[in-house]
Design a protein around this ligand. Structure first.
Ligand SMILES: [Zn+2]
Length: 190
């Protein structure tokens, strides 16, 4: 997620999703149906998958709650969205404006309406989750796994993660440059 000039993974600490949030935790919405204005896939002409709506009241996310109540993380699994830059602007009213989708590439093997696996429905039930920081050991292993010559038998955490390492496979500077060209601050880039 990019947020007005922040150019590294944000938050820098990685958090995993806790599907049994405590009573005092800030709760985020994982998957489920949504009615986010503008959140239709422009290629498939159907609602995008809402992977997560992050509640801006969670101060660890460094999102200005005065400007955004939540940040939706959107996706589509039946077209070329997974194979390039998918950029949208988050609007202050909770809606989004799609800025760009990946360009068509014949080398991409898009899944199509059947989706990426047998039995795919595109429907994922809503879960309410909180964020739990990765342990130092988990964080260190995630970093080590990215190093040249890394071994493959790390007992690292694999799962849904917000922030932390690894972050962009593409330099954040190039993403920011592209967004600034488009005059598109407050964008989410996946
Ligand atoms: Zn799509």
């Amino acid at each position: 997620m990019l947020n007005n000039g922040q150019s590294i993974g944000n938050p820098t600490r990685g958090y995993k999703l806790n599907f049994s949030p405590g009573i005092s935790d800030v709760v985020h919405e994982f998957c489920g149906n949504h009615n986010i204005s503008g959140a239709e896939c422009p290629l498939c002409l159907k609602p995008s998958i809402r992977l997560l709506s992050l509640d801006a009241r969670d101060s660890r996310l460094n999102v200005d709650f005065a400007r955004f109540a939540s940040i939706p993380l959107l996706y589509c699994w039946t077209c070329r969205v997974p194979y390039g830059e998918f950029v949208y602007k988050v609007l202050s009213d909770g809606g989004v404006q799609i800025i760009s989708v990946p360009t068509k590439d014949p080398r991409m093997d898009e899944f199509g309406p059947a989706g990426p696996y047998d039995g795919y429905t595109g429907q994922f039930p809503l879960s309410r989750v909180s964020l739990e920081p990765l342990s130092d050991a988990e964080q260190e292993q995630l970093v080590a796994m990215q190093m040249p010559g890394a071994e493959t038998d790390y007992d690292a955490y694999f799962g849904h993660q917000i922030g932390g390492f690894p972050f962009y496979s593409q330099s954040a500077e190039s993403v920011m440059s592209e967004l600034q060209k488009r005059n598109a601050a407050d964008c989410v880039h996946l």
